[in-house]
Design a protein around this ligand. Structure first.
Ligand code: 0L1
Ligand code: MG
Length: 255
């Protein structure tokens, strides 16, 4: 039997102190990996962080190919992970952060269990261009499926741009990330499961199965539309999503 509390403490400490740890040595199954995730997030909540929603992972072929995994995963988001749009991060808070372009959903109403894409759309208050900062706590950013799930699916930070009217057709919007003014990631919202609303539909089911159904006010990150890029001190990261606008942040220069 894996020691859930001990594994959760190891991953939580790694995140808190920005220190890489070895992959989990003992084989654990997916259900136990989610138990470790829940226990590690429980430690954050006990320190005063609040759950604000969830992130979906491996919802695009590009992300699956980059990390060599093809099972959709999810993680919990907290207010401690929020980075102001236009803000600056200190890279020393992270182990080896990467950034990826996403679509964020804001819920106007609860959304739980098996729902149709139409019901998911009807529950939306807004959609926004968003950047996820992922940071695996494992050495060299290498992990198995259960490793990454236990590590809260690499959740680390999110930058959410202005909320837009969710009535627009967001199934196939162009997405471009510039780093220091140079286009580095180019994709489409269609890369996310063919239409990012499918990610929200999946999130509603997974959250309900986990006993934490999505609530009004929750943010759901749909998953990276392209492979992620490593961050470095001094960079300016800017995402543009067609019809939705921008989300951006800076990485503070090296001290
Ligand atoms: O958006 C995503 O697909 C994130 C997956 C999280 C796992 C990772 O790439 O570290
Ligand atoms: Mg992501």
């Amino acid at each position: 039997m894996p020691d859930i509390a001990q594994l959760a403490a190891r991953l939580d400490d790694a995140a808190r102190h920005a220190e890489a740890v070895a992959q989990l040595e003992e084989p654990i199954d997916l259900a136990d990996a989610y138990r470790v995730q829940a226990a590690s997030m429980g430690r954050r909540y006990a320190r005063g962080e609040n759950r604000i929603g969830m992130k979906m992972g491996f919802t695009s072929r590009a992300k699956m190919a980059q990390m060599g995994l093809d099972t959709m995963i999810w993680g919990r988001l907290t207010d401690g992970m929020l980075i102001e749009d236009g803000g600056t991060i200190d890279i020393r808070r992270f182990v080896h952060p990467r950034v990826e372009p996403e679509i964020a959903f804001l819920l106007a109403a609860p959304l739980s269990g098996i729902v149709t894409p139409l019901a998911a759309r009807a529950a939306l208050a807004g959609i926004a261009p968003a950047l996820e900062i992922i940071d695996s706590r494992y050495r060299d950013f290498k992990f198995s499926l259960t490793d990454v799930v236990a590590d809260n699916s690499s959740s680390s930070g999110l930058v959410v741009g202005p909320w837009a009217d969710p009535a627009i057709d967001f199934s196939n919007l162009g997405m471009i990330v510039e780093i220091d003014g140079v286009e580095r990631m180019i994709g489409s919202s269609a890369a996310i499961l063919g239409n990012p609303i499918r990610s929200l539909v999946a999130a509603a089911k997974l959250a309900q199965e986990a006993g934490e159904p999505l609530q009004a006010g929750d943010i759901v990150m749909a998953g990276g539309a392209t492979a992620a890029e490593a961050l470095a001190p001094g960079q300016h990261i800017r995402l543009t999503v067609q019809h939705l606008g921008h989300a951006e942040f800076r990485v503070a220069p090296a001290a």
